[in-house]
Design a protein around this ligand. Structure first.
Ligand code: MG
Length: 387
């Protein structure tokens, strides 16, 4: 992969990860090329991106949004594809080498699926792909000889630390969590958190859904489930530690007691770049640690009582089957309800637990089944709110 151009499809190019991916590609001195971009409704930004990077094609998955946009400024050599099915077409294009799956939420599963079916390398930023369809997605990747490389900073750290030893030498994986902006809040304070407060994350600058997930620690719950499938770990091998500085992105503890960690400033451009250039490491635009300044790294065990999402995540990782799809769908609906002012922050996790307990568990679901359960779980949250 050294002297040839790597063609990248960026699914979700207008979101936080998508924009950072384009920065990494811009800084690659031509070794990476954005060959396809997709957005759901942010057509104005997508058009600007297309004018700047000149991909082979762009996809607008929302046909209504595509209709509202004036495309007269689209360069003649950029093909415009419309509709959700077009995402799969762009991902499976034989010219594409790597697919960055960065569409937020369970909507991202389709693009991941199509890319894996086509045997691509997938740089996975969409954790929901594995939370919702973990056993199905990893089996598909194996069958098609496709590779799944993590973009999530914690999983990228684990992936990097796993290169220090053999898989059968791993005792456990420790995911770090910043603890979110309400790390020190009491239960009562958590009940009063406003949307504005929840959207101000201390160390990471991300989209609204993942920022709310960081405040409830549901993000860490989803990452526990993601790690279980991505690295084929037993849930008992996955731990979480609170690390407010977000410098150590996660660790692998080996059976001799050695702990291998990956450190870097909180900047998604590094894990994105590593997933695009692996197994090579290249110069890049990500921030570097300044060792000339004093720095403190703190670690503390998480409070499972105040942050019930963590226990829920471990439970779902143990159950497997349909549990991930249900909790994820319920959480997406609950976060939307919180952002609309219809649900308190500390009600998100109880709503998800209630929906999980009310569903008909199936240990070996089909893709169709998990997608249906995703819709069902969203509806159940709405009923839970009204009840
Ligand atoms: Mg993460």
């Amino acid at each position: 992969m050294t002297d040839r151009i790597t063609n990248v499809a960026v699914l979700g190019s207008t979101g936080s990860i998508g924009r950072s991916t384009l920065e990494v590609i811009d800084a690659s001195a031509g070794s990476l090329r954005a060959a396809a971009l997709s957005a759901h409704g942010s057509t104005k930004l997508l058009l600007e991106q297309a004018q700047r990077v000149r991909p082979r094609c762009i996809v607008v998955s929302d046909p209504e949004a595509a209709k509202r946009q004036d495309w007269s400024g689209l360069p003649g050599d950029v093909e415009l594809l419309v509709g959700p099915e077009a995402i799969a077409r762009a991902a499976a294009d034989p010219q594409i080498d790597v697919v960055v799956s960065a569409i937020v939420g369970s909507a991202g599963l389709q693009g991941t699926w199509a890319a894996l079916e086509a045997g691509k390398r997938v740089a996975l930023a969409n954790k929901e792909s594995l939370v919702v369809g973990g056993p199905l997605v990893t089996r598909l990747a194996r069958e098609r000889g496709a590779s799944l490389l993590p973009v999530d900073s914690e999983h990228s750290a684990v992936f990097q630390a796993l290169q220090a030893g053999r898989r059968d030498e791993v005792r456990r994986v420790v995911l770090t969590a910043s603890g979110g902006p309400f790390r020190t809040y009491s239960q009562d304070q958590l009940a009063q958190v406003t949307v504005e407060e929840a959207l101000a994350h201390p160390t990471w600058n991300m989209g609204p859904k993942i920022t709310v997930d960081s405040a409830t620690l549901m993000n860490k719950a989803l990452e526990i489930i993601e790690a279980r499938w991505l690295f084929d770990l037993s849930p008992d091998q996955i731990g979480v530690v609170i690390h407010p500085q977000s410098i150590v992105h996660s660790m692998v503890e080996y059976r001799d007691g050695s702990v291998i960690a990956q450190l870097s400033p909180p900047d998604m451009k590094l894990p994105i770049q590593y997933a695009l250039t692996w197994p090579s490491r290249c110069e890049g635009p990500a921030a570097k640690i300044d060792w000339s300044r004093a720095m403190q790294l703190d670690f503390e065990p998480p409070d499972f009582e105040r942050f019930a999402a963590l226990g829920l995540g471990l439970e779902v990782a143990r159950s497997g089957g349909t549990a991930g799809a249900v909790v994820n769908g319920a959480n997406e609906a609950a976060v939307a309800a919180f952002l609309d002012g219809r649900l308190a922050l500390n009600e998100i996790v109880p709503a998800c637990r209630s929906v999980l307990e009310n569903h008909n568990f199936d240990p070996n679901p089909t893709l169709q089944q998990v997608l249906e359960l995703d819709g069902w779980a969203r509806q159940e949250v709405l009923s839970w709110i009204c009840a």
